[in-house]
Design a protein around this ligand. Structure first.
Ligand code: NAD
Length: 490
């Protein structure tokens, strides 16, 4: 890896390969390039990523198809051994992974290390999957009269992943795909090529057979070629609502199964009997660390009016004490945003919200000290209008909104009055409040007396409404997506 300069900024350039096919890196020819800049120092170019052509995608899918049957027929213990070996390789490469994420996507290095550990835990949980799965293993489908049911792999699966968790999200898809005997073509986000290359290199060191996992770099067009490739039998996508919708349309035109994990616009409800100080502290960290660029980050604080003032004061104090800094600094909680464009978007969102009557409680600007990069101050807006874009849309940045509710009924109505439904949390110990919340909250994941951020690697994870489609990821639901059922007579 490149060495950071005195300020911890890594600046050297490099051209990444265009694909990994049949166990070999393919170097680019006349491919179009995506130029990458350092989020911490926007003038510095840090790499160029070639965009894979239809021919690259075709070769990757063909390699996966041809390696598939042998992998599917390998004993389960062989597949589990690969995942366990991969987990230990990830641990060996913890520091390079963290450095790559800090450079490419501005993820604070301590959070990047947490991501490595989460990826390791995903692998360890995936290895336990068949025993864990509610549906049991094939042997658990006894013959019923003259028929039996079995499950088998789908074949080649296409995986499309976002830039913000460039290690854990791909691992969370590749692991169950391999465990259940599928082969893979993965299209990572173009913005994190070093991390993606390390993912493949650690798999290679774990002796993953050639052709079982292939990669094509690229953006939208490469993703579409992958989804439309006839050898690809299912697609798992994580990313924005807009891109996910296109993927779903293309999949339905074939048709093939699709799993979409999309954006969240998560709310935490704070009731008078909740632990207000604790809620404010934990919500401040989880909303703004990594500058709010996490799908499970809380973005809406819906507060009972009786505790509005005390919560607001505690929240603003906690937000102001967050440590803004370089991603390579271990103490940093709030690093830069992914791009200048995203930074400008946050500025415009704040201005538009203020123009429409929202009030800035803290933040709201580009911090003068960090002008070289794409930082934006952690910002809390108070809004009385639930229709404002800052309430209705996922900012996917360090801008969150505080709304007030007269009671739990109104709080739940506000919670549900957005298109998304990923995670919601309630701070209250009152059993009747908790019951109402658990009955009425329209989200895939519900949490009591904790923030919306963070999930367990063995628990199914996914969104309702505009936050997802198809089976959830992880735990017992992986089997649902990465296998298909077959009924046998006679
Ligand atoms: P994105 O939709 O721009 O990109 C995601 C992936 O899709 C990338 O590989 C990208 O190259 C590809 N892509 C881009 N445009 C496409 C198109 N039109 N058709 C097909 N593929 C396309 O998302 P992003 O900016 O990389 O990630 C941020 C989004 O991802 C946020 O909305 C965030 O909430 C969401 N996200 C969701 C989860 C989850 O598990 N629910 C986790 C992480 C991120």
């Amino acid at each position: 890896m490149e060495k950071p300069d005195r300020r911890g900024i890594v600046t050297s350039e490099s051209l990444s390969p265009v694909a990994f096919i049949n166990g070999k890196w393919r170097q680019p020819g006349s491919h179009a390039l995506c130029r990458l800049r350092n989020p911490s120092h926007w003038k510095k170019e840090i790499g160029r990523v070639p965009l894979a052509s239809p021919a690259d995608v075709k070769a990757a899918a063909a390699a996966a198809k041809s390696a598939g049957p042998k992998w599917a027929n390998a004993p389960e213990k062989t597949r589990k051994k690969l995942l366990l070996d991969w987990a230990s390789r990830l641990l060996d490469f913890k520091a390079p992974f963290a450095a790559a994420m800090a450079l490419e996507i501005g993820k604070p290095v301590s959070l990047a290390e947490e991501e490595v550990m989460f990826a390791v835990r995903l692998l360890l949980e995936a290895v336990r999957l068949p025993e864990n799965a509610e549906t049991g293993s094939d042997a658990d489908f006894p013959r019923r009269g003259d028929f039996a049911v079995r499950r088998g792999p789908l074949g080649v699966v296409g995986l499309i992943t976002p830039w913000n968790n460039p290690l854990a999200i791909p691992v969370g898809k590749i692991a169950p795909a391999l465990l259940f005997g599928n082969s893979v073509v993965w299209k990572p986000a173009a913005l994190a090529p070093r991390t993606s290359i390390l993912v493949l290199e650690t798999l290679r060191k774990a002796a993953c057979p050639e052709g079982v996992v292939n990669l094509t770099f690229g953006e939208k067009d490469t993703a579409h070629h992958l989804v439309l490739n006839p050898d690809v039998r299912a697609v798992s996508f994580t990313g924005s609502w807009k891109s996910g919708l296109e993927v779903a349309r293309l999949c339905s035109s074939r048709p093939i199964p699709v799993q979409l994990e999309l954006g969240g616009n998560n709310a935490s409800l704070i009731m008078p009997d909740g632990d207000i100080e604790e809620a404010a502290r934990t919500l401040a960290v989880s909303a703004f660390s990594f500058s709010g660029q996490r799908c499970t980050a809380p973005r809406r604080f819906i507060v009972h009016r009786a505790v509005r003032r005390i919560f607001e004061e505690a929240l603003v104090a906690a937000v102001r004490s967050l440590r803004i800094g370089l991603p390579s600094d271990r103490e940093t909680q709030v690093g830069p945003l992914i791009s200048r464009r995203k930074q400008k978007e946050m500025e415009a969102l704040v201005q538009k919200s203020v123009g429409a009557g929202a009030k800035i409680l803290c933040g709201g600007s580009i911090p003068a000290r960090w002008k070289e990069g794409c930082w934006f101050e952690p910002t809390v807006l108070a809004s009385v209008d639930p229709e404002l874009p800052v309430v209705q849309e996922e900012s996917f940045g360090p801008v969150a909104v505080l709304e007030t509710a007269r009671d739990i009924h109104r709080a739940i109505r506000l919670l549900n009055a957005v298109p998304q439904g990923l995670v919601a949390s309630l701070f209250s110990k009152d059993p009747s409040c908790q019951r109402l919340f658990l009955e009425k909250a329209e989200c895939g994941v519900l949490k009591l007396n904790q923030t919306t951020l963070g999930v367990r690697p063995e628990a199914p994870f996914g969104g309702w409404k505009a936050s997802g489609l198809g089976p959830f990821e992880h735990g017992c639901s992986d089997r649902e997506f990465y296998t298909r059922i077959q009924t046998l007579y006679g």
